[in-house]
Design a protein around this ligand. Structure first.
Ligand code: HDD
Length: 710
């Protein structure tokens, strides 16, 4: 790649190129193509006169083989698809930047974590794991949260998930796990779901998965928006400072919007009515300038404390509870630009846990170690050879020079005759850079390693249930109910009774007997008699930081409200609520019984943004119904309008009914509660409406809401 300074200025003992990052990004951006005002050409630059007709022998005659224009076009089209990712195939992404708050020089020499004035460009891809590229967004699944930092010292990829643990402890089990969770091999069913025999067969035989499966059965697996998800690096990493001192680190992304989820019925309906729900929200929020933000947090463990926990830091099925090691918030990431081209950017992005920079290093976590092989290997197939880092989205902003040459799809035109080292023909260039303090070349942490060559799992990895129990104990009552429902839903779909029994008796009974007994009853399995594994003494019984109830933002910024309108609606209520929501940073849309204009009680015309069918209540966080006698009467008589309100009520959303619209509550036999609000004027319930939305759901309503048909 020759998009940078002269090599002689960069290598050897020179410091890394610190020229303006935005200049370097501009260099990368030269790959972005805009065809406006440009002639249509072939791939070899010949301008095309006719793009409508194949070259033929006469108007009605046979096509001619010499038509290089048609053949080139069809050939390219025939090869448009590349293999989708074997996991995390369904995803969407955005560009943005990261800025550290304070220099972290005490912990790391990584340049992008030491200069608060520096905006490091990032590209973030969110994904589901199980389903193919075209599957629905809102399925119950882990979400991938992969961040590529284009730092001045090379790319750093933080390839994490929205859950802090993983299903397995050793990478050699990954193909087994993935084969089990993917659609079953004989009929390729089910898509985007773990509710089937092979998944539960595997996890019920693999106790180390107990903790992660509990997370997947929790509300974390059905996020409303990507911007409402936490992210985790999962593994314990190392940071190394300029003095060569190392600490252990866990990475956290904390959404500024707070953490919140769908309810299950809503998630299932969205999968059908808007399979692109998460993708669309990310896109629309960025387009309208409401940028998703996350703070980066780190948990830091000094080397000398490595063995002081009830669990092993190298075991990816364990968290470090925040009550034991608090999360230090160190910077912020903002996503502010949508990709121009899904394929070129999102699909061709190649993340790799092995893309690190000086100041960050690996640990011996056997899951992490195996990933170091897998991510490069998979790109060879997916992106067609070893030059995938030359694809624009994968190019670093720092200079690249080495003696690697040739191979499929090579972009760089390497000058010089020496592609080996040492050489004297090209004066020895490119040369190594010594590590800090004199240079800045990457140096692995000189961890002392010794041991017998062995295939074995350390005994310190042997406790599979204590942290699952910790997670369960930390849930609020509604969250516990949802977990019970999720296990019951999934296991009820497992055809083989012995798999259901094994999961209940050998896994759930070791997490919590109430959980096991309740699920057993729901899936036709005899109640378990007790745990099969003795509980281990733990230093913590609960971790409040794990419950989403404690992770809300306390405001309604970016939330979405449906304002239901029809003829006779009271316009002053609409004006009031729109102003209020705008002030709070929330968004509203006018939803009509059809998409046709409506006439307000005062005689003015309003054009709905969508119809009730077009944007159902599941697309919103709350519903507001303005006053107006004729409007209330029309809605009471309309099945779609009734369904809209009943569904919002069932999904525990805030609902405001103003003036005459209040009669809809009694008509639908809904009792007012802290989220179902009635008042003669919109202005009287604004604050309560905002407060109810800020709590995200009216959990106290849940038992009553069960009586409403889905
Ligand atoms: Fe992985 C993709 C996250 C374990 C092998 N993984 C992939 C992506 C994410 C993760 C977010 C999608 C990246 C993107 O958007 O392109 N994976 C994880 C996490 C893990 C994990 C958090 C455990 C802590 N993965 C893991 C193991 C292996 C892999 C143990 C193999 C031994 N993962 C892959 C892969 C993928 C991948 C096959 C598929 C496509 C790709 O890499 O580029 O190599």
């Amino acid at each position: 790649m020759s998009n940078d300074k002269k090599s002689s200025e960069l290598a050897g003992t020179d410091t890394p190129d610190r020229s303006n990052t935005s200049e370097k990004i501009d260099q990368l951006e030269r790959f972005r193509e805009d065809a406006t005002d440009r002639a249509l050409t072939t791939n070899t630059g010949t301008r095309i006169a006719d793009n409508q007709n194949t070259l033929k022998a006469g108007d009605r005659g046979p096509s001619l083989l010499e038509d290089f224009i048609m053949r080139e076009k069809i050939m390219h089209f025939d090869h448009e698809r590349i293999p989708e990712r074997v996991v995390h195939a369904r995803g969407s992404a955005a560009h943005g930047y990261f800025q550290v708050y304070e220099p972290l020089s005490d912990l790391t020499k990584a340049d992008f974590l030491n200069d608060p004035s520096k905006k490091t460009p990032v590209f973030v891809r969110f994904s589901t794991v199980q389903g193919p590229r075209g599957s629905a967004d809102t399925v119950r699944d882990v979400r991938g949260f992969a961040t590529k930092f284009y730092t001045d010292e090379g790319n750093f990829d933080l390839v994490g998930n929205n859950m802090p643990v993983f299903f397995i402890q050793d990478a050699i089990k990954f193909p087994d796990f993935v084969h089990a969770v993917k659609p079953e091999p004989h009929n390729e069913i089910p898509t985007g779901q773990s509710a089937h025999d092979t998944f539960w067969d595997f996890v019920s035989l693999t106790p180390e998965s107990a903790h992660m499966v509990l997370w997947v059965m929790s509300d974390r697996a059905i996020p409303v928006h990507f911007r409402g998800m936490q992210g985790f690096g999962v593994h314990t990493f190392r940071m190394i400072n300029a003095e060569g001192k190392s600490v252990f680190v866990k990475f956290h992304w904390r959404p500024v919007s707070g953490v919140y989820s769908l309810v299950w019925d809503e998630a299932q309906k969205l999968a059908g009515k808007d399979p692109d729900f998460n993708r669309r929200m990310l896109w629309e929020d960025i387009e309208k300038g409401d940028y998703p933000e996350w703070e980066l947090g780190i948990q830091v463990v000094p080397e000398e404390d490595e063995h002081k926990f009830d669990f092993d830091l190298l075991d990816a099925t364990k968290i470090i509870p925040e009550e034991l090691v608090p999360v230090r918030v160190v910077g912020k990431m903002t996503l502010n630009r949508n990709p121009d081209n899904f394929f070129a950017e999102t699909e061709q992005a190649a993340f790799h846990i092995g893309h690190i920079v000086p100041g960050i290093d690996f640990t011996n976590d056997p899951l992490l170690q195996g990933r170091l092989f897998s991510y490069t290997d998979t790109q060879l197939l997916r992106l067609g050879g070893p030059n995938f880092n030359e694809i624009p989205i994968n190019r670093p902003v720092s200079p690249v020079h080495n003696n690697q040459r040739d191979a499929l799809h090579r972009q760089a035109i390497n000058k010089g005759r020496a592609s080996y080292e040492p050489n004297s023909i090209d004066s020895g260039w490119p040369k190594e850079t010594p590590p800090a303090p004199s240079g800045g070349g990457f140096e692995s942490y000189p961890e002392r390693v010794s041991g017998t060559k062995i295939r074995n799992r350390s005994e310190s990895f042997g406790d599979h249930f204590s942290q699952a129990t910790l997670f369960w104990n930390s849930m609020s009552p509604p969250e516990k109910e949802h977990i019970i429902s999720a296990y019951s839903f999934e296991l009820a779909k497992v055809e083989r009774l012995f798999i259901r029994e094994r999961q209940v008796n050998e896994i759930l009974a070791n997490i919590d007997m109430t959980l096991a007994t309740r699920v057993a009853k729901n899936v036709g399995v005899a109640a378990p008699t007790g745990p099969t594994v003795a509980a281990r003494k733990q230093s913590l019984n609960e971790s409040p930081a794990l419950s989403q109830v404690n992770l809300l933002a306390g405001n309604i910024k970016s939330r979405k409200v449906a304002i239901l309108v029809t003829d006779g609606v009271e316009e002053s209520d609409i004006t009031y609520i729109k102003d209020l929501l705008m002030k709070e940073g929330a968004m509203s849309k006018l939803i009509g019984m059809s998409a046709s204009p409506v006439t307000t009680a005062g005689g003015s015309e309003l054009i709905p943004d969508a119809s009730m069918e077009g944007l159902p209540s599941i697309a919103f966080d709350a519903v507001f119904v303005p006053g107006g006698a004729a409007a209330a009467k029309a809605m009471a008589a309309d099945g779609n309008a009734q369904h809209y309100l009943l569904e919002a009520y069932k999904h525990l959303k805030a609902i405001a009914l103003c003036g005459d619209a209040g009669s809809l509550a009694s008509h639908l036999r809904l009792d007012p509660d802290e989220g179902l609000l009635l008042a003669s004027k919109g202005g009287e319930l604004g604050d309560k409406f905002v407060a109810a939305m800020a709590k995200h759901r009216v959990w106290a309503r849940e038992p009553k809401a069960k009586a409403i048909p889905a």
